[in-house]
Ligand binder design. Sequence first.
Ligand SMILES: [Zn+2]
Length: 658
Amino acid sequence: MNNDETKSAGAHAVRALLKIVFSVLLAAAVHRAGAEVVVVRDAKPAAVIVTADHPSAVVHYAAQELVYHVERATGAKLTVVTESAAKSDARARIYLGDTSAARAAGIKAGTLAAESFVLRSQADVLFIAGNDGSGDPLERDTSAGTLFGVYEWLERDLGVRWLWPGELGTYVPKSRSISVRAIDATIAPRFFQRHLRTGLSFTSEHPALGFTAKAAEDYAKEQTVFLRRCRMGRSERMSYGHAFTDWWERYGKTHPEWFQLVNGKRGPAKSGARYSMCVSNPELHREIVARWKAKGASDFINVVENDILGLCECENCKAWDGPAPADAMKYYPPGSKVYGSRFVSDRYARFELAVQQLAAKENPNVTAIGYVYFNYFQAPTSGVKLNSHVLLGYCPSSGWYPRDDDEHAWYQRQWKGWGDTGARLFVRVNYFLDGYCMPYIFAHQFADDFQHDVRHGMVATDFDSLTGQWGTQGPNLYLLLRLHTRPDAKPDDLLAEYYSAFGPAAAPVKAYFDAWERYTMDNRPLLATAFADRIASRWRSWAKVAHRVFPTECFAQGETLLARAAEAAHGDRDATERVAFLQAGLAHAKLCSKVAGLLTLADPAATPERGAAALAELLAFRRANERKWIGNFNHNAWVEDLSWKLSKETKQAPDLYP
Ligand SMILES: [Zn+2]
């Protein structure tokens, strides 16, 4: 044997040894991270849920939610025990929250970021442990990491999907056995605030059009549970909103120079009118900071202008403005508030920056919150640079869906332009107030916007508002919620989840909503005509024109497609009930369109008598179907109040109305 051969034989032996060592290590690793944890076997519980001896309200609720969904999936009801009581229990375990076992495994739930959690499987054990606050688990300011961990696991390993509030909208695939797939992950929400304004406080002068009091209460409960399942909440308590609404009363006499100068006059044009501020005034900045400091110099300072255009005409404010872009008015219809106004985005950017920098001397972590809104919505043009301690709510005054391609691109450019200043951005749009209860579907265009914004720095959301039209607008709402936890997924993949809940009717239900999406997208000109005379508002009085946008005859195709879906669902109880839910939503929309045609305030000939019979039919339908949750009827009533010629009769409570 020569030297080379010796070397070679030695190397071979080392390689063989390494191979053995490696495979042993690999087996150990698989055993540690990947040993299968069986939770339910043949519809019998195979694991037990274990909490600390004194679990928090979040952990207690997380355990209930886990038991509920596993039982829906398998029929097996897991028991929940404390660590002390579980000592002699030899079954596999799901540890929830901050337990001694989790700590021994190195999971320090208390040190995780707010709302985050660890999912970790090892031999016969699944840990779901998150950062949990001490408050009500359903309250959006309670950090509910463990609860969110339970929902994440239910999605991953059981395929649970939440489509709409209530039991029917909770899709839990059936199975005889469940085991935990190997996992070791720490997961935090992608956005520090995930918020849909709940729409639970819509009220009407004609309450007979809405929910009965008990149904409203039950709907509120179901929707609250549902929104938490969709992981709505926030890690930061920030408050914002029009900041100077009472300043004229307080300071108008002593400091008129802090207020807008319009036509040579400081302050509101007339008594009681809205006004904007003289945002270039350094004394105003100092007062804003002084008031914030007096309240404790928190991490957020609110500099959101009042709910009006930026109007100050003083020389200093004008000197802060950048050149108006050539397309500044392109997408505002003549007659809109913004049309013809001065472009003042740069002055507001400089204002936000000035306040932030002044406040940072007191608290270097402070973030100034402003809006991009009205005539300071379009991205600035002067090259002004902001920073990540300026947080801006993107709040367009127009741009409702559906848009044409140019308009859609214009809106996205404004988001990107503001992002390019270095500011952080959050969505503060009103688009989900649109559409009334009609099958008004803009799911893909909305998802395109949302994902564009995510790619360009979106850190939080605040959608105004959830109107809860689950029976007709499911795909819009499913994407709205689901993109908050799966912002990078393909919209069609997410919609496929929604449709899969219809079982054998998935394809015809998809065809049904695709048809309404085409209808919505193709009818931009019709929408423009119907609303253009400004007798109707997209967010407030849709029911004035519902019959023009969705005339009675347009429902026939939808009815046919849903009849096909019902046929496909035949024999599958859940699928049949879900298709019936969509049928109820469509029937309701059709009745509303009919009443709109008879009672619309846009028709001078409309009288309450003319629509009385149709309205009675609609309200009888609502009473009979109010617990299906096809829609938040109080939102419908709120819209109809300002849309229809109604008699005093419907001013009664719905319980008393015949
Ligand atoms: Zn000014």
